[in-house]
Ligand binder design. Structure first.
Ligand code: CP
Ligand code: NVA
Length: 334
């Protein structure tokens, strides 16, 4: 009844590169099926009695709630644990915490700072661990992004995705790998000072050589977005980098996604969508009051009919559910 890859049973997701191309695409298929199931009003028991620990060192609206609703929807339960609730890394090592929680929970979703932390959790928990964002990667976000693109265009292969902004953050890193696995054309439009790690670019190009995808890193956003089907941006100052605010604003002002940049795609009014992982600074009121106030996208673009950011946000839930079901569900139930 559902798309299910047995090799995903018991598996963690720490970065996009952990998935084969086929596994990644099959998770999107499963998420589409689970979305249709929920839309049809079915709240089943695919995750009955499954217990998920949600460890959050950083704040979250989408990931936390998606991760929590996804398991409850299918009969399981989630426990939200901030760093003030548990001893993680303070009074107790990450390794010991992993070994304790792994004895009680069926899976752990982690959001925090160091990639090393989520890797240590996965190495020692003995249950699947999912990366809900670290300083380096945000893989669960990218599953939702690809699902949204596929919903809009009916395909992924060959489409051009232009990411514009902080080219070296968690979202940019994971989006690049997700796009090349799907055979897409990925362009990272970013100032040289914020270029992605050359090792990650090399790794993505190696995948692209196999899938037919391409990766470009360019500093001119107007040239970079030409022919784009997807315009994607993220905040200019990621969580934990607040001290960089002034430099980022100076570097990234020319990279704002506005109607002029939309027109530079040559696809305005045609085959173009705008995506943003959210939260976004798109109106002046939030931007001036928030600590890291910036305006990476104008209100006009954010609120335009081609902006699919809320579909994208909803799809966080369906894709995280697909991860849980693949990793935890007894396949006889599917
Ligand atoms: N996109 C995303 O991860 O949002 P949250 O920070 O609200 O979880
Ligand atoms: N790059 C952003 C993503 C938020 C979902 C951050 O890390 O704050």
């Amino acid at each position: 009844m559902f798309t299910w890859k047995p090799e995903l049973y018991g598996r963690s997701l720490l970065r996009m590169a952990d998935l084969t191309d086929e596994e990644m695409l099959s998770l999107i298929d499963l998420a589409v099926e689970l979305k249709a199931r929920r839309r049809a009003g079915v709240r089943g028991d695919l995750l009955a009695r499954r217990q998920i620990a949600l460890i959050f060192e950083k704040s979250s609206t989408r990931t936390r709630n998606a991760a929590s609703v996804a398991v409850r929807d299918e009969g399981g339960a989630a426990e939200y644990l901030t760093k003030n609730d548990i001893h993680l890394g303070a009074k107790e090592s990450v390794k010991d915490t992993a070994r304790v929680l792994g004895r009680m929970f069926d899976g752990i979703l982690f959001r925090g700072f160091a990639q090393k932390t989520v890797e240590t959790l996965a190495a020692h928990a003995g249950v699947p661990v999912w990366n809900g964002l670290t300083d380096d990667f945000h893989p669960t976000q990218i599953l939702a992004d690809l699902m949204t693109i596929r919903e809009c265009f009916g395909r992924l292969r060959g489409l051009k995705v232009a990411y514009v902004g902080d080219g070296r953050n968690n979202v940019a890193n994971s989006l690049m790998m997700g796009c090349v696995k799907a055979g897409m054309r990925f362009v990272n439009c970013t100032p040289e000072a914020l270029s992605p790690d050359p090792m990650l670019v090399r790794e993505a190009r190696e995948v692209g050589a196999r899938t037919g995808a391409t990766v470009e890193v360019v500093s001119d956003p107007v040239a970079g977005v030409a022919g784009a089907h997807v315009l994607y941006t993220d905040v200019w100052v990621s969580m934990g980098e607040e001290a960089q605010k002034e430099t980022r604003l100076r570097l990234l002002r020319p990279y704002q996604v506005n109607m002029e940049l939309v027109r530079a795609t040559g696809n305005a009014g045609g085959e173009l969508i705008f995506l943003h992982c959210l939260p976004a600074f798109h109106d002046h009121e939030t931007a001036v009051t928030a600590a890291s106030g910036a305006l990476e996208v104008t209100d006009e673009v954010f609120e335009a009919p081609f902006s699919k950011v809320f579909d994208e946000a909803e799809n966080r839930m369906h894709t995280i559910k697909a991860l849980y079901v693949s990793a935890l569900c007894d396949h006889a139930a599917l």
